[in-house]
Each structure stands twice: as structure tokens, then as C-alpha cells.
Write a protein that binds this ligand. Structure first.
Ligand code: PMP
Length: 352
């Protein structure tokens, strides 16, 4: 065996969830919050055309076509408020790289998105988890101005709960914090509110978005950041040179201009979510009211791991999540009506 290995601090790291992304076709896939529907037709034709484009050349390092389209579609003051990334995970990586040095600290609510901790670990930085209160509210010490605090993450809607902290409260949190507050809006397209407008009011409030969920483009890897132009400029200096490829830029540029399509697909998914919430409640689950494209459900009998295994054996893939010091449950992505009916029927069978 070779003695060559990563730094000792990285000894316990594992590759990302192997097995959770099986080859297409075998499972009803309700585990990673993708859109069950294909992307807008205009995106598919833009990609077909792009296949004969300048693939021998490097792409635009700043994805300016996308920045212009995004500013237009979202009503931002201009393209200089946007930074494009290879999925929003790439943006989150850039933010941690840029703001949090060795032994410095980032803060996140708990339970929430696990990647924030991983990014801190890679950076030899520290992380601090602040437990949500009952009802998924944030405690007042979420805004404590500790000396070593450099960055705060707030996924909104949160995962796994699908709950939302109101923009008014987020504005107060940004004012109270001495460092950047990153509102991770991966699921905001499904929510009743968002924080885009607040970016113009607070120079320490940054919003991240993704094409992997509502836009139905998890396969192309594209996400972006909205923040004040001075900050976008500084962050652009520490990203990978060509972090977004030509085909993804074309697809995302076409997709962001399809807001009517987006409204329609989101409405359809929300309807299915409502049916899911109702069926799960009828089966005695405690269901957290969701503003995202997934539902967090806990059954009084527990047995969540067994339920996950049973569903997997029956070709239905959901997410079992166990949060130490907090509890476990099942997170189910909103699929098509047909997929959700099949999943609900199988859950019913499990409890019979
Ligand atoms: N933030 C949250 C809260 C997420 O759940 C995800 C998806 N796993 C992401 C960011 C990353 O999304 P992507 O990299 O696909 O844009």
C-alpha cells in the first residue's frame, strides 16, 4: 500500500454519498430534491444549438451573458451584482475559501445543510452549530458577535425542514452580525418569500441560488451568488478561472429567461407537495409544513431507518437522515403525482 495520503486533518473524510445517485431508471428517485420534470423546452433547444458552438475555446470566465440575463429576469440593478458558479456548492466553496481562514469560525443552524461543515473542515477552520428552537426558530445567540466569527450560513428554506425564516428577521440578523451572512436560497423558488431585495440594503448579506432544483438542471451544475458589486469583484479574484463551462452557461442563460415556465412547474410541484403532506399526515406522520420541494416527516413509531430500507428494497429512494443530539426522520422529495402515489402506497404497506 502506498504511504501517500491527504493531510492528517482530512483522514476521516469520505467521498460524497456513494450509492445515492444510482443509474437512471432503476429507482423512483425522491432523495436529492431534483425536479422530476425535464427543463424548459427553450433550454433543450439552446443546448442543441450550443453543441455546434465554439467548444474548442475556453468559456467566458465571468459568464457575462448569464449575468446580464439574471439581472434582467430577477430585477437586479445590473449584471455586476451576480457571480456564476459550477453549482451553488462551488459558490459556497468560494465563500468559505474567501472569508474563513485556518482556526477561524463559521456558523450554521442545526440541523441544516451538512456541506458547510465539510467546507470548514477542508479549510482547517472551525464550525459552530446553533440548534434551531422548537418550530424551527432561531435563538437570539445566532447573532452573537464572537471574535473569531468570519461567516454565517443560513439555508432558507432550510433542509431538511423546508421551513423559512422571514426576510424581516433575516434583515435584523444581517444588521446584528459583524461578518457576511450567506442566505442559501437553493429552494427559494418554491417559497413565499426571499431575500434578493435585502442585498441592496445590507453590504454583508449574500444570497446563493441554484439551477438544480426548480429549473430542473441538476445535471448541468450551475448556481450563482447575488451580492453587492464590490464584493462580487473580490470573490471573482479567488474562483477557479473557468469555473462554469460553455454548455452550462448557455443552458442557465436560457433557463433564467423562462420565468413563466418556472412559475408553472413550481405551481405543479407545490400541488403535489400538498397532496403528499396530507397523505403523510393521514398516516400519522408529524409533517413539518414545507416551503421547499421536499417534505420532512417523522413517525411516532420511529422506524425511519427500517422504512427507508423497505422503500429502497421496493425501488423507491428517499433520504433517511439522523442528526445526533436531535433526532431522525425521512426526507421525501416532491416527485410527479404518479411517483408520489407509488411512494405513499408503499409507506402504507410498511405500516400495515
Ligand atoms: N444548498 C442547499 C441547502 C442544498 O440542499 C443543496 C443541494 N444539495 C445545495 C445548496 C447545492 O446545490 P447545487 O450545488 O446543486 O447548486
Amino acid at each position: 500500500m502506498t504511504k501517500i495520503d491527504l493531510r492528517p486533518a482530512l483522514a476521516k473524510m469520505l467521498p460524497y454519498a456513494p450509492g445515492e445517485q444510482p443509474p437512471p431508471g432503476k429507482f423512483i428517485k425522491l432523495n436529492t430534491n431534483e425536479n422530476p420534470y425535464p427543463p424548459a423546452p427553450a433550454v433543450v433547444s439552446a443546448l442543441q444549438e450550443a453543441a455546434t458552438g465554439p467548444l474548442n475555446r475556453y468559456p467566458d470566465p465571468m459568464a457575462n451573458a448569464f449575468r446580464r440575463a439574471a439581472a434582467d429576469a430577477l430585477g437586479l440593478p445590473g449584471p455586476e451584482w451576480v457571480l456564476a458558479g459550477n453549482g451553488s456548492d462551488d459558490i459556497l466553496t468560494i465563500l468559505v475559501r474567501g472569508f474563513v481562514g485556518e482556526q477561524e469560525k463559521l456558523r450554521l443552524p442545526y440541523p441544516s445543510y451538512i456541506l458547510y461543515r465539510t467546507l470548514a473542515d477542508i479549510q482547517a477552520a472551525n464550525w459552530e452549530q446553533i440548534h434551531f428552537l422548537d418550530g424551527w426558530h432561531l435563538p437570539t445567540h445566532f447573532t452573537n458577535a464572537d471574535d473569531d466569527l468570519r461567516l454565517v450560513f443560513l439555508p432558507n428554506p432550510n433542509s431538511p425542514s423546508g421551513t423559512v425564516v422571514a426576510p424581516e428577521q433575516i434583515s435584523e440578523i444581517a444588521s446584528a452580525l459583524p461578518c457576511p451572512l450567506v442566505v442559501d436560497e437553493a429552494y427559494a423558488d418554491f417559497a413565499d418569500s426571499n431575500c434578493l431585495d435585502l442585498v441592496q440594503k445590507h453590504d454583508n448579506l449574500l444570497v446563493t441560488r441554484t439551477f438544480s432544483k426548480a429549473y430542473g438542471l441538476a445535471g448541468i451544475r450551475f448556481g450563482f451568488l447575488v451580492a453587492q458589486p464590490a464584493l462580487i469583484n473580490r470573490l471573482a479574484s479567488i474562483k477557479d478561472s473557468y469555473n462554469c463551462d460553455y454548455l452550462s452557461i448557455v443552458a442557465a442563460t436560457a433557463a433564467i429567461s423562462q420565468q413563466d415556465w418556472l412559475t408553472e412547474v413550481v405551481a405543479k410541484l407545490k400541488q403535489t407537495r400538498q397532496r403528499m403532506e396530507q397523505r403523510l399526515t393521514e398516516m400519522d406522520f408529524h409533517v413539518t409544513p414545507s416551503q421547499a420541494n421536499f417534505v420532512w416527516a417523522q413517525h411516532p413509531q420511529g422506524q425511519h431507518q427500517e422504512l427507508y430500507d423497505f422503500l429502497k428494497k421496493n425501488q423507491i429512494l428517499v433520504r433517511y437522515m439522523d442528526f445526533p443530539d436531535w433526532g431522525d426522520g425521512i426526507r421525501i422529495s416532491v416527485g410527479t403525482d404518479q411517483q408520489i402515489d407509488a411512494c405513499m402506497m408503499m409507506i402504507e404497506r410498511f405500516f400495515q
